[in-house]
Design a protein. Sequence first.
Length: 136
Amino acid sequence: MKKLLTLTALCALLTAPAMAVQKCINPYADIEPEDYSSGTIEWFAIFADYTMRGMATCANTPGTPGKLLPSLTHNTSNLEDNTVCWCRIVSPVLSYWRYDYDFKDVYKCMDYCASHCADMAVYNSEARLDLLSNYF
């Protein structure tokens, strides 16, 4: 009996840290970020309850507004074809890619895609819901 109790206590100690912590986030809340910024491919937005971090990419995968995809294609033989801006969040969840905009020019896409993604995540509650609800 003593061995059984010891084994049970040991199992409880070993499995307790593996339990996931869940946090509810309201994507429809009228929220104004405390701070947000973007770089070349990374962006973030700090809200009162959480920080959203994301990334942007320019691909040659066509899209339509609101389209979500688990993966994208990039033309590595002709980089000029990668003009379509796609966004995803990497925290608090790893989301699918969401179509943002077709710049029609790879250099404009590389310059502005991350800031478009940050604006979309901050000011578009429907996009925020898509990103927070469709994840791996």
